[in-house]
Design a protein around this ligand. Sequence first.
Ligand SMILES: [Cu+2]
Length: 137
Amino acid sequence: MALIDSSRRSRPGGRKFSLQQTYVIPQQRFRRYVVAAGVAALMTLAAHHSIAAVFEVDQDNVNFTPQSLTIKKGDSVRFKNSATMNHNISIIDSDGDADDLGIEKPGEVVERVFKKSGKYKVRCSIHPRMKMTITVK
Ligand SMILES: [Cu+2]
């Protein structure tokens, strides 16, 4: 403000002028442009790379909850063993290839990112009746 005030001068003709009009307005326009460009960039980013979500699956007693889940490519699933026994997470893709995430002790959480679309079976190698499916779109 001090800079703007000191720029005020009286012309010999008596009319006052100020740098405020030539200086501040372009700056406001520039700020608007920066905000608009930022919003446009974020919208482009959101359209092309939807922000990855994290889904929770609970292993309560001898069940997966929920037993089916539909997620998007890049999302991750957090498997939580809230039972009092050990569990295991094996993720089998549509080609039959298994990704064994190992033994999960009570209270442990195992997270896995799903990078490829497809249908996955989730199994516990300790308890064959524990089954769930994950569809990745
Ligand atoms: Cu189990």
